[in-house]
Design a protein around this ligand. Structure first.
Ligand SMILES: *[C@@H]1O[C@H](CO)[C@@H](O)[C@H](O)[C@H]1NC(C)=O
Ligand SMILES: *[C@@H]1O[C@H](CO)[C@@H](O)[C@H](O)[C@H]1NC(C)=O
Ligand SMILES: *[C@@H]1O[C@H](CO)[C@@H](O)[C@H](O)[C@H]1NC(C)=O
Ligand SMILES: *[C@@H]1O[C@H](CO)[C@@H](O)[C@H](O)[C@H]1NC(C)=O
Ligand SMILES: *[C@@H]1O[C@H](CO)[C@@H](O)[C@H](O)[C@H]1NC(C)=O
Ligand SMILES: *[C@@H]1O[C@H](CO)[C@@H](O)[C@H](O)[C@H]1NC(C)=O
Ligand SMILES: *[C@@H]1O[C@H](CO)[C@@H](O)[C@H](O)[C@H]1NC(C)=O
Ligand SMILES: *[C@@H]1O[C@H](CO)[C@@H](O)[C@H](O)[C@H]1NC(C)=O
Ligand SMILES: CC(=O)N[C@H]1CO[C@H](CO)[C@@H](O)[C@@H]1O
Length: 773
C-alpha cells in the first residue's frame, strides 16, 4: 500500500508534469479532408475510405494505444474526414498530410437561446401567406438541434401528402421513439452519440458521459425551433393563457427531418458535421441550425462553416442564428458568406407584470410570471443591500449573489435586486431570493428590461433605471415600504416594433469586414411555439397541466423564421438556388417599423446594418423580388483565395481545378456577388473604390430598372450604368458598378446606405456598409 508520503509525492509529481503532459492527453479532434469524390457515399467506396482513415490513424498512434485507432464520426457523403481521439502531437503530424485540409480540437457549440429568457409568437411576418396554404410542399427542412417531441400538435400530418419519393432519410428508433413517431410531416429523425459537457466544461478532459438512445427532445429547444420553421397551424395555442392565438410555422406544409445532435449543454462540432453530412445525403433542401460557438473561429476550424460550404455546393441552403452576444460589435458568428446569418428582433407583443407600491404608484415591469400574490400592496418591500448577510459585500447583495443575503431578513418580502455588468444572470438571482423564501423579485436591469423573463410561478417584474430609482426612492422615503406584483398581462400592438433585440450579436464579422453580417433580421423575442410537456419543476402554474407551447427568446428563434420563409419561397419557386432565395429575402428586407419610422435598436436609436443586416424579413415580398444576385461556387472559391487559403487547399476542398485569380487580396472580397455590400476599409485619400455586381432578372423579361442612391453624409456613391433595360439586353443578366469615395471632411467609422433598383413594381434594395479610415 502506498504511504501517505508516497501519495503526496505522486500528487506533486503529477502537478509538476501536468502542464506538459496535458498536451499529450488524447482529446477529440476533427480531421477535415475536403470534398468527397462520390457524392452519395456508395457502399464500397465508403468502406475503402474508412479503411484508409484507420490506416492513417494507425500510422501515427502508438501500437500500445491501438484502441484509439477508431473513427468517432466518419464523413463521406458531401465531404471527407473523421473525428478521433488524438494527442496534440499526433494532430500536428496529421495536419501535414497531403490529403488533409485541417485538423482542430473538436469545438463545443451552444444553443442560441438561454433558458433564462423565455418565449415567443410565430405569426409574425407570415400571416398573409395564408393564401398560399393550399400549396402542398415537398420542401424538406433539416433541423439540427436537441431533437423533436413528435406528439406535439404542431407536427400532426393530417391532410399532408405522401412523402416525396426523392427522400432518402430514415426514422431511427429508440425506447421512446418508434417508426410511428415519424409521419408525413416528420419524415426523418436521427440521433447521435451526444456528449454531456456539463460535468467539466472547460477541461481538457471534456470527454464525459454519453447520452444515447432516441431522437426525442428532452430539452424543448429543438421542438421549439422546428415548429417555428415548419409547424402546422394550431389554433388556440397559448402559454398558460398568454400569447393566445394561432401558432403557425413559417411554412406549414414543409416536411421536417430532425437531427438530434445536441443536449441542453451544447453540441460538439464533430457531431454537427456528421448531422450536416447525413442531412445532405438524406436529401433535405434547407438546413436550419440555431447553434454556434461563442466566438467566430477561423474558417477551416469552424465545423458549421465547413459543413455549410459543402451543403451549398450540393444545392442545400444553410440558415444559422448569428448568436446572442450583442450588443458589442464583432460578436456575430456563423458568418461565412455561404451561410444565411440571422439577427433577432422583437415583435409587436410584450408581456408586463404590474408593480403596485404602498404609496399607490403603479409601474409596468416586464416579465412572464404566474404570480399568486394578492392585488393589495401588502408585502414588505426591501432593497437587497438592506437584507444583506452580515459579512457580504453590499455590491454582492445588491446583485443578489448566492450567499449574499440573510434569509431570515429576506423571507416574506419582495426583494429589489440590481444588475451590474458581468454579474450573475437573472435566472440565478431568482433562485437566490426564491430559495430564501422571498415573496417576489423586482429586478432593475436597463439592458434586459424589454426581454421578458419567464420566472415560472415566482412573482417577478423587471424595470429599467428610471423606474428603478423611483422604487428605491420610495423604499428610502418610508419606514415600512410595501408592494405587490400582479400576474403577467399581454400587451398587443406594441410600438415601435420590430426593434433589434438587445442580445442579438452584432457585426462586423470577425472573418472579414468585406461581407456584411448579420444578413437579415427575424422575430426572436418572446416567441410562442411548441415545446416538450415535461419541463423542469417551477415553471408549471399550480393546478395546471404542462403547456404544449412555450415562449422563448434568442437568435435561435429568429433563425427558423428565416428557414421557414426560405422553404415557403422554394415551394413556389422550385428551381431557385439557395443564393437566389437568400437574395430575394435580402433585397426585400423591411427597414421601417409599425409607426412608419426607420427601425431602431433597444436604445431607441436608428438601427444600422451591422445590427440588423438588411432589415426584417418579408417573405411575401420576397416571392416576387424582380431581380436576384446569384452567388456562385466560383464566388465562394474566389472568397477562399481572397481570404488567404492556398490554391492547393481550395482544390482539395472543392474537388475542382480551380485557379486563384492573380493578386488575390482581402479587399477583393467586397466584389463577390453578394446581395449586400461591405467595404471594411475605405481610405479617404485613395480615390474611388469600385465594387461590381451582377443581377439576374426573375421578373418580366422586358422590365426596365432605374437606380437610386441613398448615401450617408461623408460618402459619394455612384452607380453605373444608372439604368438597365432588360428588353434591350441580350440576356437575363446584367452587371453594374458602384463606386464609393470618402469625402475629405468625412468622419472615420462605418457609414450606411442603400442602392435601390426600381422598375415601378419592384424595389430591389442593396444595403451597404462602408468603413471610412
Ligand atoms: C462491394 O464489393 C463486393 C466485393 O468486393 C461486391 O460483391 C459488391 O457487389 C460491392 N458492392 C457495391 C455496392 O459495389
Ligand atoms: C410505438 O408504436 C405503437 C403503435 O405501433 C404505439 O402504440 C406506441 O405508443 C409507440 N410507442 C412509443 C414509445 O412511441
Ligand atoms: C402562493 O403559492 C405558494 C406556493 O407556490 C404558496 O406557498 C403561497 O401560500 C401562495 N400564496 C398565496 C397568497 O396564495
Ligand atoms: C441574519 O439576521 C438575523 C436577524 O437579524 C441575525 O440574527 C443573524 O445573525 C443574521 N445572519 C447572518 C449570517 O447575517
Ligand atoms: C437611501 O438612503 C441611504 C441612506 O440614507 C443612501 O445612502 C442611499 O443612497 C439612498 N438610496 C437612494 C436610492 O436614494
Ligand atoms: C443603438 O445605436 C446607437 C447609435 O448607433 C448606439 O450608440 C447604441 O449603442 C445602440 N444601442 C444598442 C443597445 O445597441
Ligand atoms: C484538371 O486538370 C487536369 C489537367 O489540366 C486534367 O487532366 C484533369 O482532368 C482536370 N480535373 C478536373 C476535375 O477537371
Ligand atoms: C412586357 O411584356 C409583356 C408581355 O410579355 C407586356 O404585357 C407588357 O406590356 C410589356 N411591358 C413593356 C413595358 O413593354
Ligand atoms: C396572464 C396569466 O395567465 N396570469 C396568470 C398568472 O398566474 C395566476 C395564478 O397562477 C393565474 O391565475 C393567472 O391566470
Amino acid at each position: 500500500m502506498a504511504s501517505l508520503h508516497q501519495l503526496c509525492m505522486l500528487y506533486l509529481f503529477c502537478l509538476l508534469i501536468s502542464p506538459i503532459a496535458s498536451n499529450q492527453i488524447p482529446q477529440p479532434y476533427v480531421i477535415y479532408m475536403g470534398s468527397s469524390i462520390n457524392g452519395n457515399g456508395g457502399g464500397n467506396a465508403t468502406v475503402a475510405e474508412s479503411a484508409a482513415h484507420l490506416q492513417l490513424l494507425s500510422s501515427i498512434i502508438p501500437s500500445q494505444e491501438s484502441e484509439r485507432v477508431s473513427l468517432l464520426n466518419f464523413y463521406s457523403h458531401a465531404f471527407k474526414g473523421f473525428s478521433a481521439m488524438l494527442t496534440e502531437n499526433e494532430a500536428a503530424s496529421l495536419s501535414g498530410y497531403d490529403e488533409v485540409v485541417s485538423v482542430f480540437p473538436d469545438p463545443i457549440l451552444q444553443l442560441h437561446t438561454t433558458r433564462s429568457w423565455d418565449f415567443l409568437d410565430s405569426e409574425s411576418g407570415i400571416r398573409s401567406s395564408l393564401k398560399y396554404q393550399h400549396i402542398t410542399s415537398d420542401v424538406i427542412i433539416g433541423v439540427i438541434d436537441t431533437g423533436i417531441w413528435p406528439e406535439s400538435p404542431s407536427f400532426n400530418d393530417d391532410g399532408i401528402g405522401e412523402i416525396p419519393s426523392r427522400w432518402k432519410g430514415i426514422c431511427m428508433e429508440g425506447p421512446d421513439f418508434n417508426k410511428s413517431s415519424c409521419n408525413r410531416k416528420i419524415i426523418g429523425a436521427r440521433y447521435y452519440n451526444i456528449q454531456d459537457f456539463s460535468i467539466q466544461p472547460n477541461s481538457d478532459l471534456k470527454k464525459t458521459r454519453h447520452i444515447t438512445g432516441s431522437p426525442r427532445d428532452f430539452n424543448g429547444h429543438g421542438t421549439h425551433t422546428t415548429s417555428i420553421a415548419a409547424g402546422i397551424t394550431v389554433p388556440n395555442a397559448n402559454y398558460y393563457g398568454l400569447a393566445k392565438g394561432i401558432a403557425r410555422g413559417g411554412s406549414p406544409s414543409t416536411r421536417i427531418a430532425s437531427y438530434k445532435a445536441c443536449s441542453k449543454d451544447g453540441c460538439s462540432g464533430s457531431v454537427i458535421l456528421k448531422a450536416i453530412d447525413d442531412a445532405i445525403k438524406d436529401g433535405v433542401d434547407i438546413i436550419s441550425i440555431s447553434i454556434g460557438m461563442n466566438y467566430q473561429s477561423d474558417l477551416l476550424h469552424d465545423t458549421i462553416a465547413i459543413g455549410a460550404f459543402h451543403a451549398e455546393q450540393m444545392g442545400v441552403m444553410v440558415v444559422c442564428s448569428g448568436g446572442n452576444d450583442g450588443p458589442s460589435p464583432f460578436t456575430v458568428v456563423n458568418s461565412a458568406p455561404w451561410m444565411f446569418t440571422v439577427a433577432a428582433s422583437t415583435i409587436d407583443r410584450d408581456f408586463k407584470s404590474t408593480i403596485v407600491l404602498g404609496n399607490g404608484k403603479i409601474f409596468q415591469g416586464s416579465g412572464i410570471n404566474f404570480s399568486n400574490l394578492t392585488s393589495s400592496k401588502t408585502y414588505p418591500l426591501a432593497f437587497a443591500e438592506e437584507v444583506a448577510s452580515d459579512f457580504a459585500p453590499l455590491s454582492d447583495a445588491r446583485n443578489c449573489y448566492p450567499g449574499s443575503l440573510n434569509s431570515t431578513k429576506v423571507a416574506g418580502k419582495i426583494i429589489v435586486c440590481t444588475y451590474t455588468e458581468g454579474a450573475i444572470p437573472r435566472s440565478i438571482k431568482k433562485l437566490v431570493v426564491e430559495g430564501d423564501k422571498a415573496e417576489g423579485l423586482i429586478l432593475i436591469d436597463e439592458a434586459e428590461k424589454d426581454l421578458p423573463f419567464n420566472s415560472g410561478i415566482f412573482p417577478f417584474s423587471e424595470v429599467g433605471n428610471i423606474v428603478g430609482s423611483q422604487i428605491l426612492n420610495y423604499i428610502n422615503s418610508t419606514k415600512n415600504p410595501t408592494a405587490t406584483i400582479l400576474p403577467t398581462t399581454e400587451i398587443r400592438k406594441c410600438r415601435p416594433a420590430p426593434v433589434v433585440a438587445y442580445f442579438s450579436s452584432r457585426g462586423p464579422g470577425w472573418l472579414t469586414q468585406n461581407i456584411l453580417k448579420p444578413d437579415i433580421m427575424a422575430p426572436g423575442v418572446a416567441i410562442l411555439a411548441a415545446t416538450i410537456p415535461n419541463k423542469e419543476d417551477g415553471s408549471v402554474p399550480i393546478g395546471k397541466a404542462p403547456s404544449l407551447f412555450d415562449l422563448s427568446s434568442g437568435t435561435s428563434m429568429a433563425c427558423p423564421h428565416v428557414s421557414g420563409a426560405a422553404a415557403f419561397i422554394k415551394s413556389v419557386h422550385h428551381r431557385w438556388s439557395s443564393s437566389m432565395i437568400k437574395s430575394a429575402l435580402m433585397t426585400t428586407g423591411v427597414v421601417s417599423n409599425n409607426i412608419g419610422r426607420p427601425l431602431t435598436n433597444s436604445s431607441n436609436q436608428i438601427a444600422n446594418p451591422l445590427e440588423m443586416g438588411v432589415g426584417e424579413i418579408n417573405p411575401i415580398k420576397a416571392l416576387n423580388p424582380g431581380l436576384v444576385f446569384e452567388t456562385t461556387l466560383k464566388d465562394y472559391l474566389n472568397f477562399f483565395c481572397y481570404y488567404g487559403i492556398s490554391q492547393k487547399m481550395i482544390r482539395l476542398i472543392s474537388k475542382t481545378n480551380f485557379s486563384c485569380p492573380k493578386d488575390s487580396n482581402q479587399d477583393l472580397i467586397s466584389n463577390i456577388n453578394y446581395p449586400s455590400i461591405s467595404i471594411g476599409k475605405l481610405n479617404r485619400l485613395q480615390g474611388f473604390k469600385i465594387v461590381e455586381r451582377t443581377i439576374t432578372n426573375v421578373g418580366s423579361p422586358n422590365s426596365s430598372y432605374v437606380s437610386s442612391i441613398d448615401a450617408p453624409p461623408g460618402l459619394v456613391v455612384k452607380v453605373s450604368p444608372k439604368n438597365i433595360d432588360f428588353a434591350k439586353a441580350a440576356s437575363t443578366r446584367a452587371s453594374f458598378k458602384i463606386s464609393f469615395q470618402g469625402k475629405e471632411e468625412a468622419s472615420r467609422g462605418y457609414k450606411f446606405g442603400a442602392i435601390t433598383w426600381s422598375d415601378g413594381q419592384h424595389d430591389v434594395r442593396i444595403a451597404f456598409a462602408v468603413n471610412i479610415e
